[in-house]
Design a protein around this ligand. Structure first.
Ligand code: ZN
Length: 65
């Protein structure tokens, strides 16, 4: 199924323009096979953030021990 990253929604095959773009925003529509890059980045950001907070927590405990 074609997918528009910008609109965050799936498109019907006949909705996609002849040049492969989304009819609503004009951005390129992609096949919704792979996990969206934005989702991967969000997971990485969460992992890095939680790692940073864990580091802060450990540093706090060490400092106040
Ligand atoms: Zn769109």
């Amino acid at each position: 199924m074609p997918w528009c990253e910008t609109c965050g929604q799936g498109l019907d095959k006949d909705q996609v323009q002849e040049d492969g773009t989304c009819p609503f925003c004009g951005e390129e529509a992609t096949e919704h096979r792979a996990m969206p890059l934005r989702f991967k980045l969000m997971i990485w950001a969460t992992v890095i953030y939680l790692g940073y907070r864990a580091f802060q927590g450990i540093a706090w405990v060490v400092h106040h021990a």
